[in-house]
Design a protein. Structure first.
Length: 62
C-alpha cells in the first residue's frame, strides 16, 4: 500500500511543480512569458530525476 502512496505523492508533487511554473510564466509581462530552452531543460531534468528516484525508492521498498 505504501508503494501507491509514494507514487501518488510524487506525481502530485510534480504536477504542483509544473502548475506553479506555468502560473508564474503566465503572470509574466507579455515579452517574457515564453519559456526559454534552459528553463525547459531544467524542468525536464527535475521531472526525470524525480521519476528515477521514485523508481529506485519503489524497488527498494519491495
Amino acid at each position: 500500500m505504501e508503494h501507491i502512496a509514494v507514487a501518488l505523492a510524487t506525481v502530485v508533487y510534480l504536477a504542483l511543480l509544473l502548475l506553479t511554473y506555468y502560473a508564474l510564466l503566465m503572470r509574466s509581462p507579455p515579452g517574457y512569458n515564453k519559456p526559454t530552452k534552459k528553463e525547459l531543460a531544467v524542468i525536464a531534468l527535475i521531472v526525470v530525476a524525480m521519476l528515477v528516484f521514485l523508481s529506485l525508492l519503489l524497488s527498494g521498498l519491495q
